[in-house]
Ligand binder design. Structure first.
Ligand code: ZN
Length: 97
């Protein structure tokens, strides 16, 4: 079974990663407080990330990634901030912009 992005309204799945030019799937952080911040950023009611929960790179800003090395890494302590929320959630989204 393919792994799907946990973000609201995002249908990206890991199956297609190899086809996408820049789509990385990120596991939720092991650090519990940062993990909680990611869970809240996803804004899915009652959402609790598991070890298999993923977010695709579309939910992060370009600046959130460290591309200086051969492997593109997410900078330390970064939270996902780019989401396509339905209109009733958009106001809250401003807080993350
Ligand atoms: Zn996604």
């Amino acid at each position: 079974m393919p792994d799907f992005c946990a973000a609201y309204g995002c249908s990206n799945e890991q199956l297609f990663t190899s086809l996408a030019t820049f789509l990385i799937f990120l596991r939720f952080p092991k650090d519990s407080s940062l993990k909680r911040e990611w869970e809240l950023a996803v804004k899915r009611e009652g959402f609790v990330a598991t070890e298999r929960s993923l977010l695709c790179s579309e939910h992060f800003k370009a600046d959130d990634f460290d591309r200086t090395g051969q492997i593109v890494r997410l900078r330390h302590g970064v939270k996902p901030s780019v989401f396509n929320f339905p209109s009733h959630l958009q106001k809250v989204c401003v807080l993350f912009g």
